[in-house]
Design a protein around this ligand. Structure first.
Ligand code: ZN
Length: 365
């Protein structure tokens, strides 16, 4: 296989086409401040590699008609592998993030089989057209050491070596990340902008709250790569026990169990849909407090609410109103808050977006 490694300049060209859509060589020359011959040579290589293609239509201007270049969504792909609790998912994405073929899902009853089954799935999906591989997992990872340090997929186990997954990917770049970082990669790329601003992405589901902090387009790395553990922010509130060993965690509060006072009944989603539920108001109050504290602490420009409950207007609207009221007034004027509706893709697809960071986001690593 010929090398598909791209120079920084070639990546900038692909990234410009990602952000601004199809452009002619002349437009790229003007926009990137590169010599026309350099643009021509780089573009030819990218077309040969199957990363760019010529658009079907032509642009007429001065000189001879030009065919704009665009990212090739037909020839090359990336592969995403999501490790979940007792389940593995693999998806193939085009270089524009579209699912190619079917998602391959497999139940894995025994945690110790996880890596072997994942490697077999990768060997089945990775082929000569695969440019990069993204691997997502809950918990903490060390990608240089090619291992998962701790994860809910295998809680009783110490570090899990994943070299076998790297070997199954061949010589391609592999990105191993926490699954919240994978979601953050998808969000960042869906914005199609220069990642200048800092953002706090909060994923909210029933009894599950994850977050990722992006600083200048790069996930906050900290002392170990993992999600920002906002879900285990504790409040002096009686809840059922959390798997972290404590009680009062915000992710135990944002749950059907808390909303129902431990009795079976309506789910939190049903209570949100019905409206006028005092227990929901209480949950929004606690969650608003936690998010406002997080915004004060990080001073991000953007707060993004994601996930099956987070993106629901019935939760997102009262929540963002409350957060704006609770944060420091100077920050309230400056922050934008959005619910991200497209934040519930299958985990294998989300892992595929991690692989796309290799080509589309220079700041990621
Ligand atoms: Zn907890």
């Amino acid at each position: 296989m010929a090398s598909t490694a791209l120079s920084m300049r070639q990546r900038r060209m692909v990234q410009a086409l990602w952000r601004f859509g199809p452009q002619s060589r002349i437009q790229l020359h003007t926009q990137l401040g590169l010599r026309p011959n350099t643009v021509g040579a780089d573009a030819d290589r990218l077309v040969r590699l199957g990363i760019l293609r010529e658009s079907d239509g032509v642009v007429r201007g001065r000189g001879r008609p030009a065919r704009p270049l665009r990212i090739d969504d037909r020839r090359r792909q990336v592969v995403g592998l999501a490790l979940r609790r007792q389940r593995i998912e693999v998806a193939r994405l085009s270089l524009t993030g579209q699912l190619v073929g079917q998602i391959l899902g497999q139940e894995v009853a025994e945690p110790r089989d996880m890596v072997g089954v994942g490697a077999a799935c990768l060997r089945a999906c990775v082929d000569r057209n695969t440019l990069a591989v993204g691997i997502s997992t809950p918990g903490f990872v060390e990608s240089e050491a090619q291992r998962i340090v701790f994860s809910a997929i295998w809680p009783a186990h110490g570090p899990i070596p994943v070299q076998e997954l790297y070997r199954a990917s061949g010589a391609r770049p592999v990105v191993l990340e926490n699954d919240m970082h994978a979601l953050a990669a998808q969000w960042l790329l869906s914005q199609r902008c220069e990642p200048r601003e800092d953002a706090l992405l909060v994923y909210i589901d029933d009894g599950q709250l994850g977050s990722a902090l992006l600083v200048g387009g790069r996930p906050n790395r900290g002392c170990i790569t993992g999600a920002n553990e906002l879900g285990h922010t504790r409040l002096p509130v009686a809840t059922e026990g959390c798997y972290c060993g404590q009680t009062g965690c915000i992710e135990r509060i944002v749950s059907s169990a808390f909303a129902g006072g431990g009795r079976p009944g309506l789910t939190l989603a049903q209570r949100l849909a019905r409206g006028g539920d005092p227990k929901v108001d209480e949950i929004v109050g606690h969650l608003g407090m936690v998010l406002a504290n997080a915004v004060n602490f990080t001073r991000v420009q953007q707060l993004v609410l994601a996930g099956p409950l987070g993106a629901l207007p019935a939760l997102a609207e009262p929540l963002t109103r409350l957060v704006r009221r609770l944060v420091l007034p100077t920050l309230a004027e400056r922050i934008t808050m959005d619910a991200w509706g497209q934040s519930v893709a299958a985990p294998g697809i989300v892992a595929g977006w991690l692989a796309l960071t290799q080509i589309l986001i220079d700041s990621w690593e």
